[in-house]
Design a protein around this ligand. Structure first.
Ligand code: CP
Ligand code: NVA
Length: 290
């Protein structure tokens, strides 16, 4: 059994839909003890509230055990010992590794050597677990995960890329609206500096921090200010549009209190959805039904 989940593209459309269905059942209380006797390593190079908590609670609810390692315990990948040695050693004790890392390339190297499945709990390139929870939230609110328009405002980061890739897999429209300098380096992704054009007929508006963990702080972040998600910007989308943010939010920067706490915001339902989705992902991997 070895099914890595490093990128949202590691799952097909059918597999994503299966995860969402299992997660929806989890929410209805249909849980299993599929992780009984299983040992999961959580290795985090960066801080985390939602990802750490939802994996820990999820593993516990599925009957498994976990050990958490921060860089204080074991160092950053490749620093205290080689990535290969680290991966081989963990493979001797554990059944699966959940890893949050600075460099996605290191995660790929780790996964290549690891004899056990590896889940990306966020890297500088992608945040695929987050996107599964986002999709569950969208399906809860819109009733579907295709044929809708999602506009991502601001910095073209890891979350934005995973969303854009999910759009290709599932068949929804993704547009990134942000300054050219901070757009994604993927020519096939629809990106613009024109807010009005981007937001017309939008069903879902998403934003995230202007400074992701581990990247140098932007000295020119004011060029992102026009893309702040505030009440005026929100009016440009459909009146029924929902607001998503992966959190943590930087209130008054990429999003205002008024919008984050307003009636169109579903951010806390989105955060809560991390739990059933992590459980569904683990259950599918351990049931070997991917
Ligand atoms: N959204 C998210 O991944 O939050 P944490 O960084 O707190 O895990
Ligand atoms: N883009 C953010 C997401 C945090 C969950 C970061 O990488 O810091």
């Amino acid at each position: 059994m070895k099914k890595d989940f490093l990128s949202i593209t590691d799952l097909s459309k059918e597999q994503i839909l299966e995860v969402l269905n299992v997660a929806a059942n989890e929410k209805r209380g249909a849980t299993s003890e599929i992780l009984r006797g299983k040992q999961i390593a959580l290795y985090f190079e960066k801080p985390s509230l939602r990802t750490k908590a939802s994996f820990e609670v999820g593993i516990h609810e599925l009957g498994g055990n976990f050990s958490y390692f921060s860089t204080v315990d074991v160092g950053k990948l490749g620093e205290r010992e080689s990535i290969d040695d680290f991966a081989k050693v963990l493979s001797g004790y554990f059944d699966l590794v959940v890893a949050r890392v600075f460099e996605h390339e290191n995660l790929e190297k780790f996964a290549e050597v690891s004899e056990i499945p590896v889940i990306n709990a966020l890297s500088d390139r992608e945040h695929p677990c987050q996107i599964l929870a986002d999709l569950l939230t969208i399906r809860d609110k819109l009733g579907r995960v295709n044929n809708f328009k999602l506009v991502y405002l601001g910095d073209g980061n890891n979350v934005a890329l995973s969303l854009a890739l999910a759009a290709e897999i599932l068949g929804f429209e993704f547009v990134l609206a942000g300054p050219k300098k901070y757009q994604l380096e993927y020519p096939q992704i629809k990106q613009t500096e024109n807010l009005d054009e981007a937001l017309a007929e939008t069903d879902v508006i998403y934003t995230d921090t202007w400074n992701s963990m581990g990247e140098p702080k932007k000295s020119d972040e004011t060029i992102l200010t026009p893309f702040q998600l505030n009440a005026e910007v929100l009016k440009k989308a459909k009146p029924s549009a929902i607001v998503l943010h992966c959190l943590p939010a930087h209130r008054g920067k990429e999003i205002t209190d008024e919008v984050l706490d307003g009636p169109q915001s579903v951010v806390f339902a989105q955060a809560a959805n991390r739990l059933p989705v992590q459980k569904a992902l683990l259950a599918k991997i351990f049931a070997q039904t991917f």
